[in-house]
Design a binder for this molecule. Sequence first.
Ligand SMILES: *Cc1c(COP(=O)(O)O)cnc(C)c1O
Length: 216
Amino acid sequence: MTLAEKLVSLRAEIARLAPDREVTLVAVTKGHPVTVAQAAYAEGLRILGENYAQDLVAKVPDLPDDVQWHFIGRLQRNKVKSLAAHVALWESVDRPSLVREIAKRAPGASVLIQPNLSGDPTKGGCPRDETAALVADAREQGLEVRGLMGVGIFGDRDRTAEAFGWLVATADRLELPVRSIGMTDDLDLALRAGSTMVRVGRSLFGERPPAPPRDQ
Ligand SMILES: *Cc1c(COP(=O)(O)O)cnc(C)c1O
């Protein structure tokens, strides 16, 4: 299938599982060369997701200015400065020190707060019960909190469904419109739970070449 055909089928799947709402598609080009991002752009995709700061910064000059870059990966505070001019939505904000750094380097920036859905401390995200406080903190620092972002639990669809349900209920309670949940493997669960933003890589662009271990 060509990228255009994959997009048609992905959009049909989204419309089928979320017929009642608009769902924003973030095309996750992480791990792929810039030519893949350019091909996505050529198909009309304007929101691209990257999870390594260096890769995002490296791709920016080779794409038109109207790309909206979403940062979706674990973020080190010392990378915020280099990203500040480029990122349209910081999706993985998970601690007060990061809130402060983004507020300093990109005042008023749009962010999502990421709770850790799995409870695994080696994964990104704030503890679930600190989500509301971090939302309040980010607002106090002048950031535009648009919603919550979550990553499902690898290989466990039951726990992922529970976690997505919790994220959507929490976003409702905090009156946050954006619920960024759903990747290639758990798209259906996320859309059924109430996702308004999906972040899709593999089902559009295929498997990623193995990434060398490195600093984020
Ligand atoms: C890699 C990644 C995605 C996309 O995952 P696919 O399985 O390729 O669809 C989405 N969100 C985050 C945070 C990611 O790291």
